[in-house]
Design a protein around this ligand. Structure first.
Ligand code: GLC
Length: 439
């Protein structure tokens, strides 16, 4: 019996060693992404001319395909200032940005040689609006993410540009699908060689399986060009991290790396009637929740067709920037914090877990409390200020191993406008009591 146990244990150790090795390679490439926490998503395309749903407007018959595509004649990029975009993104504290190089409508923002459907060839803009943005990002030290829709509802070889028509069976027309594959893979190659993205952000993989997209080949092509390019999950199982969309996870996601992508109001692109802006407070609390659970936030903005960004979006990015700037050490380069049950709110740790950061909503009152913290607290203070706090240990019984409760009062003047962050410097890496109470 003992020998069997030893063999099983040995096998488990080998298996774990293999896992560790793989994850070490992964984590090297993923390191900046895990530290970055905040990215800005930008949906910019011909849909911002009339302010229709991006691509979905014609797919869902809200507008005809012809009327939708006619918007290209109104896409001017006349006041587009990529340097300003990059500076604005930087001021929010974001460490990376992702721009829609091509949405499901098939319109490229760069000078693709694979077909004629680009704002370069068909819009009054008449130029590549993609490349200058990435140049500006790099100048500002921001990582470059390229959004690329695999589905292309306008391409003549793509099955189904309208929800209920022009579908064809791939098996019956392999030559059409092969042409489409050559086309979209050629566009990816263009983007990889011209933009050299740090991150390829795919979308729309749901319409075909991994075999049909040749997802393994696409991944290999990307990594052959740049082994450090990170790929999001929307490549039918061939990506590097998870992308929950719009909805904050309630349970900590299983993916080691994940990113919540979310709109600033209710739509991805600019839509004049949509005034359902999330407030800076809402965005900051959603962001804190994401990082506390080990994830990133990819927050979307939608510029107008001329490249201007509306005052609400600018305001939100600036407010976010004030907050991320003040609380930098609690956000960037940290890891997800306390598991549920120890603290009523989000928290993060420094990587060595000797600092614990507790995020507290601005308008709270009364002391905060941490349960099950089995460390001595060397110092308690408010991040971004020089205010020291005095934790009170409550209910520590000398003969019991169960730690006492930590109560901390936060004085009124220490409270941030949005979220206050309390830093606990611990004697050692964090140790948690995870029992059922009692002795
Ligand atoms: C969805 C939508 C798309 C949007 C994307 C952003 O996949 O199809 O319109 O661009 O989410 O994550």
């Amino acid at each position: 019996m003992n020998r069997i146990l030893t063999i099983v244990l040995f096998m488990l150790t080998c298996w774990n060693a293999g896992k560790t090795q793989r994850s070490e390679t992964d984590s090297l490439k993923m390191e900046w992404f895990g530290d970055a926490k905040l990215g800005i998503f930008i949906h910019w395309g011909i849909y911002s001319v009339k302010g229709t749903d991006e691509s979905w407007a014609f797919y869902n018959h809200k507008i005809s395909h012809a009327d939708y595509m006619a918007q290209i004649k109104g896409f001017t990029a006349a006041r587009y200032d990529p340097e300003y975009w990059a500076r604005l993104i930087k001021s929010s504290g974001a460490r990376y940005a992702v721009l829609t190089a091509k949405h499901h409508d098939g319109v490229a923002l760069w000078d693709t040689k694979m077909n004629d459907l680009s704002v370069v060839k068909q819009a009054p803009a008449g130029k590549d609006v993609l490349t200058p943005f990435y140049r500006a990002l790099r100048k500002n030290g921001i990582k470059c993410g390229v959004y690329f829709s695999l589905i292309d509802w306008t391409h003549p070889d793509y099955p189904g540009f309208l929800k209920d028509s022009s579908k064809y069976d791939l098996a019956e027309h392999p030559e059409k699908w092969a042409r489409f594959r050559t086309f979209f893979q050629g566009q990816i190659r263009e983007l990889m060689t011209q933009i050299k993205p740090d991150l390829m952000w795919f979308d729309g993989d749901w319409e075909h399986n991994a075999g049909e997209w040749e997802a393994a080949k696409v991944r290999k092509m990307i990594l052959d060009i740049n082994p450090n390019t990170i790929i999001n999950s929307r490549l039918q199982g061939y990506g590097d991290y998870g992308t929950p969309e719009q909805h904050t996870p309630v349970i900590r996601p299983k993916d080691r790396y994940w990113e919540l992508c979310m709109t600033h109001n209710d739509n991805w692109g600019w839509q004049p009637q949509d005034t359902a802006w999330k407030t800076p407070y809402e965005i900051i609390t959603i962001f804190a929740d994401a990082i506390a659970n080990g994830g990133n936030l990819l927050l979307d903005i939608g510029p107008k067709e001329d490249g201007t960004i509306t005052p609400q979006q600018v305001h939100m990015l600036e407010e976010l920037g004030k907050w991320t700037g003040k609380h930098e050490e609690a956000i960037f380069g940290t890891v997800g914090g306390l598991p549920y049950g120890h603290f009523y709110g989000p928290s993060t740790y420094s990587k060595d877990s000797t600092s614990l950061y507790l995020f507290v909503p601005a308008k709270g009152s009364g002391p905060i409390v941490v349960k099950g913290l089995d460390n001595a607290i060397r110092e308690a203070s408010v991040v971004g200020t020089d205010i020291r706090l005095s934790p009170k240990i409550v209910g520590k019984i000398s003969w019991s191993a169960v730690p006492g409760l930590v109560y901390i009062d936060i004085p009124e003047e220490a409270r941030d406008e949005y979220m206050t962050v309390v830093r606990l410097k611990l004697d050692d890496p964090v140790k948690l009591y995870r029992g059922h109470g009692g002795f």
